[in-house]
Design a protein around this ligand. Sequence first.
Ligand code: 13P
Length: 254
Amino acid sequence: MEKERKLIIVGNWKMNKTVAEALDLVQGLKRELAAVKEVDVVVCPPVTAIADVSKAILDSNIRLGAQNMSEHNGGAFTGEISAGMLKEFSVRYVILGHSERRQHQKECDGLIAKKALAAHAASLRPIVCVGETLAEREADQTKEVVGKQLEGSLAGLTKDQMVETVVAYEPVWAIGTGRNASADQAQTVHAFIRQVLASLFNEAVAKRVRIQYGGSVKSANARELMSQSDVDGALVGGASLEVRSFSDIIKNSI
Ligand code: 13P
């Protein structure tokens, strides 16, 4: 399948995997995915496994991401981790503003924008997550909600930084529920996101930004979702925790 933008498929392991389990998983992924060149493959382990996974994937085509970071560079912020600390382990990407953090840690668009700027300052590529709840979708507020999240969470980025930013559309109602957005539903929102990016930045920037879909992606629905013109990859939760299911998603997307 020839795509305008290179697909990026990211495994968000969330709060799962001991170091030993993480190493098992990446060793398996390295074997299964050694020949894959068409897709950027990224894994985002919990921070406790980042050092070991980083070493284990050194000689592979798998890249490393983090699930969160602080907006600060350092100092008295107990429990926080900076972009610079992640860079020490060759982390290239960082998920920001995941709906679980928006919900449980009360992260708002303004904070996510600060984190995105801090990530870029350290040459990390942010994966900025947006998405509506079921109540918002049913009230026909999807575009309003997603538009506002984009405007707030990407505030202050330069055009060059935006091109190096990934947007993940993750409808909250599709996360961990087994109920994925249909290919049509995803394409509609992705096309809208690209329109918003064109108005916030410009057409040329919007054309280059990769927009991932996330929410109950599995090998059975990956091909149809990835075949949509504005769907440039996937952010995978549950199905990224096993070698077979994650590698099948990637192979089915090519
Ligand atoms: P699931 O793939 O488990 O629905 O999770 C999606 C997600 O939240 C990825 O960030």
